[in-house]
Design a protein around this ligand. Structure first.
Ligand code: GCW
Length: 690
């Protein structure tokens, strides 16, 4: 399947940093007080960017002074000795209407600068006082599934829906990396501080980033560095063999250990502020420790030992499952796999290993339960992995604002309420920031493993294909900084910055289109948490049985009587037993299992009555009709306000919304028809089903 996408002119869209966003700071007198010497390349590069930032802001509007201005309106002060702010954080003190931003590091000061920019006039006019700001997650990362070579099936960017890679073009690192620096600037403005620059499926060409191509990696790192973003590389577990010519990659082999130590030494020699390695092992064909009868702690610790002398990190993914399953075998449950492989290893991972866990036990579905691994490893630094790229949520052809979903995930309380009130317990956001119950001292001290996500950018003019998908990248970054932020407020921030002089009508329209768009997407796709039903391979559009008889372990088990996966302890795969109380019982029982996850946990007849009062089959029909109506309303609402935004934005959004409507109708008709044929039960409201 191909899509005709007009990626427009090469000049990238300003996204949330148009000149107008700097109006409040640009018309004021700004002072950068950073006389103190700075220690590292990173510090120096970021400080230089701050100077550029102030120049650019004031140059745009004129009339302001950069430097030690007399009676400045805003002071940015670097105080390396100050103990009041954490390394990436900052303090804003406002007296006499004048804000002073103080930070210990240039990166902290940069975050403070973008904070003031975001607040606009309010930064200068709000109540006086002192505020401290620090990121909740110590590690705030974006993973790029970018290939150096164009992969024959996956293209330049695996699951990329925004054109080519910003880093690579047909086999080489791009000569001109100015766009990479522009990207780092956008990331800094939302708080992201790390980027893994290549696909976790490491093919032969990409493996060489670790050796022959290190000078090119150093160029990318230099392009990200000015905005405080540190570079990580995805590496292949088989690299000692494929690159080093050794006969084995056994993690306990001395020659293998020496090879990795040398490899790490070479990387840090070229990139002194390199972040570390990301690994997908024993997953979907990637090599791993299982080949040698070793486990994933052995594998991760091998790399951890190699990077430790450089204070490096290993992000080791928990996405390990059997992708050559027999669909006839109902006892194997892919959802169990990450927990079964990793929970028993808790306590065995080195301090500089982060185990990176997909938010759900399956695979970034539009709705699935929260991964029980997040509640099972208090002695391990766990990171939450999200997907900003919309592989399963409309591939940036559908408007689908994911902020509300991520908020829900970060606020999920794996142990339920601990103070007698609903939702009052420890949350996923606490676990991944090192504040989970029984967190080992090392985990707490390191601030856990943080939050990572697969990026959605490419060389598309709008960065993200769908201009509205920018809001997802924006919200992701802001939530890593503060997981308690409200998703609707974040959308509002994005609107304010991205569409200068937003009218009340445009703002209302964007909220009307986007606020509930994730639930709208859910309504017209796979019902009640059952997942998939996408076309195999590219994963776009409906194919109810597309994965039903495949080896991938993603089944819905629909027959003439019912649908869903029995994951109970009583009669099913036992997956519910991976949760602590109360969820192990809440999910186990049909009485208490939430409707939106019903088919994730239970196989029920079509006539089963939901808590909402309707039957499963009627729910399928109702949501699919309603979902399409909601998309029709989105299209109509956009037409009312499109004239208020630049033509290119209006056109791109219109083209995408038309495709979303076509696709939603296709989903509605295939899903409804499929279940009418299976169940023989007509729609109670007599609507057209084919
Ligand atoms: O969802 C699946 C994707 C693969 C991806 C894999 C993963 C990088 O379809 O394209 O591979 O997840 O997360 O490793």
């Amino acid at each position: 399947m191909t899509f005709d996408i007009d990626f427009g002119t090469p000049a990238p869209h300003a996204a949330w940093l148009p000149d107008e966003a700097f109006a409040a700071v640009g018309t004021r007198r700004l002072a950068l007080d950073a006389a103190a010497p700075t220690a590292t390349d990173l510090d120096r590069a970021v400080l230089a960017s701050l100077v550029t930032e102030l120049d650019r802001a004031t140059g745009t509007h004129g009339g302001a002074v950069v430097g030690a201005a007399d009676s400045p309106d805003l002071v940015l002060r670097l105080e390396p000795g100050s103990a009041t702010s954490p390394p990436d954080g900052f303090t804003v003190a406002r007296t006499d209407g004048r804000p002073t931003v103080t930070a210990r590091t240039p990166t902290g000061l940069l975050h403070g600068w973008f904070h003031v920019v975001r607040r606009g006039e309010a930064a200068f006019t709000g109540p006086e006082g002192t505020e401290q700001h620090a990121p909740a997650a110590a590690l705030r990362m974006l993973d790029h599934w970018d290939n150096v070579d164009v992969h024959p099936v996956m293209g330049q960017v695996e699951r990329g829906y925004s054109g080519g890679s910003i880093f690579y073009d047909a086999g080489v690192v791009r000569a001109d990396l100015t766009r990479v620096t522009a990207y780092a600037r956008l990331l800094a403005a939302v708080g992201i501080d790390r980027a893994c620059i290549n696909n976790v499926n490491v093919h032969a060409r990409e493996a060489r980033l670790l050796t022959d191509d290190l000078p090119e990696v150093a160029r990318i790192a230099a392009a990200l560095r000015p905005y405080g973003v540190r570079t990580h590389l995805a590496v292949s577990f088989a690299a000692p063999m494929t690159l080093g010519g050794l006969p084995t990659s056994d993690p306990l082999d001395d020659a293998v250990r020496a090879w990795w130590r040398d490899a790490a030494d070479r990387v840090w020699a070229q990139v002194p502020d390199f972040g570390g390695f990301v690994v997908k092992a024993d997953s979907e064909g990637q090599p791993g420790p299982f080949a040698y009868g070793r486990d994933h702690a052995d594998g991760a610790n091998l790399l951890a030992e190699a990077v430790a002398p450089h204070d490096g990190l290993v992000h080791w993914r928990a996405f390990v499952y059997n992708h050559t399953q027999d669909w006839r075998d109902r006892s194997t449950d892919r959802a169990r796999a990450a927990f079964d492989h990793f929970a028993p290893l808790d306590g065995r991972f080195a301090d500089n290993v982060v185990v990176q866990v997909k938010h759900g036990p399956l695979d970034f579905q539009t709705r699935e339960a929260v991964s029980p691994v997040l509640a099972a490893m208090p002695r391990t630094r766990l990171a939450l992995e999200l997907q900003v790229t919309q592989e399963y949520t409309g591939q940036q052809r559908h408007a689908c604002y994911l902020g509300p979903w991520w908020s829900e995930l970060l606020r999920f309380a794996p142990w339920g309420a601990d103070d007698g009130t609903t939702g009052g317990g420890t949350r996923v956001a606490d676990v991944v920031t090192g504040h989970g119950p029984d967190a080992a001292p090392g985990v707490a001290a390191a601030g856990g493993g943080g939050i990572a996500a697969v990026s959605n950018v490419g060389d598309d003019r709008f960065w993200t294909g769908h201009p509205f998908a920018q809001a997802n990248l924006y919200a992701f970054g802001r939530l890593t900084w503060d997981p308690t932020l409200d998703a609707t407020d974040l959308l509002d921030e994005w609107i304010t910055l991205t569409f200068p002089d937003t009218s009340a009508d445009l703002r209302a329209a964007l909220h009307a289109i986007l606020d509930d768009s994730w639930r709208t997407y859910e309504a017209y796709t796979a019902p009640l948490g059952v997942g998939f039903m996408v076309r195999p391979g590219h994963h776009y559009g409906p194919d109810v049985d597309g994965y039903e008889y495949t080896p991938w372990g993603t089944y819905h088990f629909a027959d003439r009587d019912g649908i869903g996966v029995d994951r109970t302890r009583a009669t099913g795969t036992g997956y519910t037993g991976q949760y602590p109380a109360p969820w192990r019982d809440v999910y186990e029982s049909l009485e208490t299992c939430p409707d939106d996850l019903l088919l994730f946990f239970h196989h029920v007849p079509y006539t089963h009555v939901l808590h909402s009062g309707v039957t499963v089959i009627q729910h399928v029909y109702d949501t699919h009709f309603a979902g399409v109506e909601q998309v029709e309303a989105m299209v109509a609402r956009w037409e009312e306000v499109a004239a208020e935004v630049p033509d290119d934005v209006a056109r791109r959004v219109r083209e995408r919304l038309a495709e979303q409507l076509r696709s939603a109708v296709e989903w509605r008709d295939q899903v409804n028809t499929y279940f009418l044929r299976k169940s023989g039960i007509p729609d109670a409201r007599g609507r057209t089903i084919y």
